[in-house]
Design a protein around this ligand. Structure first.
Ligand SMILES: [Zn+2]
Length: 334
């Protein structure tokens, strides 16, 4: 079994041959195929095999990927938190600072590729920036219209916002979903303003939680994640695309840890969606959070969440956190 060879292009080293690894399947949403966690024979980059093509993605996401039922008012309410006192401290404690828009500065132009509901664009606007987004999901269109957001519905390949260059281009948890991440980096590098920065966030395959959970790590997220980067291989790929690293760090959202622990106590079955990942309406989530009539439960829950936050802030500081943030600049800038 271990000698099984798979033909697939490596975006890091351009090698063509992967070695088959553990079998793994969609333990969240019940896509009923078994995939392989393969490693490049040349550079050890990890990738999902068989690789999906761009044309497979609409059917995959349309069938399995749940979308939260959200409206414009909820998005605006969420984005307004950025102006609350101690917002940055709260994000640090909760591990939700792992998003590129928080580093935008007043007067800059920002593009968020895969901007989802558009919350990041509103946050960037609140920080004084001009914000643009690209999103594949047409369900976001009414929200964009209601909030007056500049979102192109389509992909990067459409070359939206012609002539516009950006001081900050953000990709929050998107690059790992793309079959050809190196091609996307080359396209994005073309859209950077002089001295512009590219801010990418992705799962970190060298995190402590990945080491502890092995094939049960929630961030394999197969088959939606096509590539699984470590710092060395990601930076090598970026360099081949004419980008150099300016800064990197790791952050673990506390909610990921809660989901990781719950996931390790569950027994995923092929083709069956997991209740852990079911999207419940916001009203149900609110009532679940406020089910604290029992004071003992409230205290126990508070102690556990504080412990998780402390552990995560320490592992982040050691560079072992679950998401990897990398800031890049064009090689042409000295
Ligand atoms: Zn390789």
């Amino acid at each position: 079994m271990t000698s099984t060879s798979l033909q697939m292009r490596c975006p890091v080293c351009n090698g063509q041959s992967f070695q088959a690894g553990p079998q793994i399947f969609d333990d969240r949403y019940g896509q009923a195929h078994i995939f392989n966690l393969a490693s490049c024979k040349n550079c050890r980059h990890l990738a999902t095999a068989p690789r999906l093509s761009e044309s497979d993605l609409p059917a995959l996401y349309g069938t399995y990927y749940p979308r939260k039922a959200i409206n414009a008012a909820q998005v605006a309410q969420e984005a307004a938190k950025i102006l609350k006192p101690q917002a940055a401290l709260r994000r640090w404690w909760n591990g939700t600072d792992n998003q590129g828009q928080y580093s935008v500065r007043a007067g800059q132009s920002m593009l968020d590729v895969g901007c989802g509901s558009g919350c990041s664009l509103l946050e960037a606007q609140a920080l004084g920036a001009k914000a643009f987004g690209i999103e594949a999901d047409p369900n976001v269109r009414p929200i964009a219209q209601a909030l007056g957001l500049s979102i192109h519905f389509g992909s990067l390949q459409d070359e939206p916002f012609p002539g516009q260059r950006f001081d900050l281009i953000v990709m929050n948890q998107v690059i790992e979903h793309l079959p050809d991440p190196d091609q996307a980096l080359r396209q994005l590098a073309q859209r950077l303003a002089p001295e512009g920065r590219l801010f990418l966030v992705m799962p970190n395959t060298e995190s402590i939680w990945k080491r502890l959970s092995g094939t049960r790590w929630i961030n394999w997220h197969i088959p939606y994640h096509q590539h699984h980067f470590n710092q060395r291989n990601f930076i090598r790929m970026a360099q081949a695309c004419g980008l150099k690293m300016v800064r990197k760090r790791t952050i673990t959202p506390n909610v990921w840890t809660v989901l990781q622990v719950r996931s390790m106590f569950s027994k995923p079955q092929l083709g069956m969606p997991s209740p852990i990942w079911a999207v419940s309406p916001p009203a149900a989530q609110d009532s679940a959070m406020n089910s604290g009539a029992n004071p003992v439960k409230v205290i126990v829950r508070g102690v556990i969440l504080t412990g998780i936050a402390l552990v995560n802030r320490i592992t982040d500081a050691l560079g072992q956190g679950d998401s990897l943030l990398v800031e890049l600049q064009s090689e042409r800038v000295s």
